[in-house]
Design a protein around this ligand. Structure first.
Ligand SMILES: Nc1ncnc2c1ncn2[C@@H]1O[C@H](COP(=O)(O)OP(=O)(O)OP(=O)(O)O)[C@@H](O)[C@H]1O
Length: 321
């Protein structure tokens, strides 16, 4: 196999258990160079465990994990090709941004004459120049997340693993982080981004993998997965003022609505199930039946639809490129 044919990463039959409790079951996944994979799945699905396997922080109990042909757990040179951005901010709060990055450059094994350039490059790629001299503890959560990302870039990794990189940040900071990730991708890095945010995945990723209970339920290129939805009718999402009582819930279910995202204020129905009414008529009809509906959103089926269907269906599916 030529070097350029080696996948960025290959996970084959990888299984992992925490003290006998299975977190990942014989997983197969290939990462393509220069692409961004979004990892989606409910809490406890195994996203972080998979990222930690790819980062070499965990060793599979069975099967194998290879990054650019090397074993990230056993092989330090392979680990240097991987940038790992953990979910928690892992920085020295009393040091400045530049001082933090210098410490991480040392930890990454960079020599003194390489460190200055590597720190400057990471600051540039994460648009941190204006805060480079600021003490990290004084920065907003969004900036701290960008410094967390910068810390993973010092050895110019080919693969960057980001565990919920926009968790807990406001919309502006989220957009800034998306711009950083888009820049990394444009520079040729492969990214794996775990997220609970469908619009983020749609914006950033060209491939997705949906996990549940330690298994991949659906994976493939986003465009190919979304294509069948193009002809599908719009969906209705009912946003309630509060959780419905039993009578309101029964009325919602009679109208074809099912709860969304485990939050009793959000319900969805496809167009047909909602009786073909438009959003305004549906709002009136639901309110007349005692449903505390504040708003009906009409939207095109998207990644969230695929996600819901993949979790409902159960069997593993793969869509080829
Ligand atoms: N350090 C640990 N010790 C024991 N069990 C763990 C540990 N970390 C994760 N688990 C368990 O492994 C399973 C997968 O967890 P994991 O954190 O990989 O899921 P996740 O998809 O990243 O979830 P979230 O979206 O909540 O971050 C869960 O059942 C979880 O409780």
């Amino acid at each position: 196999m030529r070097t350029e044919d080696t996948p960025l990463a290959a996970v084959e039959g990888a299984a992992f258990a925490y003290r006998g409790r299975a977190a990942l079951h014989r997983l197969d996944l290939t990462l393509v160079r220069g692409t961004t994979l979004a990892l989606l799945g409910p809490n406890g699905a195994g996203k972080t465990s998979l990222i930690r396997l790819l980062a070499g922080r965990l060793r599979p109990d069975a099967g194998s994990v290879r990054v650019l042909g090397g074993d990230p757990h056993a092989d330090r040179a392979t680990r240097r090709k991987i940038g790992f951005v953990p979910q928690e901010i892992a920085l020295y709060p009393r040091l400045t941004v530049a001082e933090n990055l210098d410490v991480f450059a040392r930890l990454a094994g960079l020599k003194r004459d390489e460190r200055c350039g590597a720190v400057a490059a990471a600051i540039g790629r994460c648009a941190l120049l204006e805060v480079a001299g600021r003490v990290v503890a004084t920065l907003s959560g969004g900036y701290q997340r960008r410094v967390n990302i910068a810390a993973s870039l010092l050895a110019s990794p080919d693969l960057i693993l980001l565990d919920e990189p926009t968790q807990g940040v406001d919309l502006e900071a989220r957009a800034a982080i998306h711009a950083v990730l888009a820049g990394l991708r444009a520079a040729g890095a492969g990214l794996v981004v775990s997220t609970h945010d469908f619009s983020e995945a749609e914006r950033l990723a060209d491939r997705v993998a949906i996990l549940a209970d330690g298994r991949i339920r659906l994976t493939g290129p986003l465009a190919a997965l979304m294509r069948p939805l193009e002809a599908a009718p719009p969906e209705h999402e009912a946003v309630l003022e509060g959780a419905p009582d039993a009578a309101a819930e029964a009325a919602l279910r009679r109208s074809g609505f099912a709860p969304l995202r485990g939050d009793a204020r959000f319900w969805r129905a496809d167009h047909g199930a909602a009786g073909g009414l438009d959003g305004a008529a549906l709002l009136v009809a639901l309110r007349a039946n005692g449903v505390p509906a504040a708003e009906i959103r009409v939207r095109r089926p998207g990644l969230e639809t695929l996600y819901r269907d993949a979790l409902a269906e159960g069997p593993s599916l793969e869509t080829a490129a």
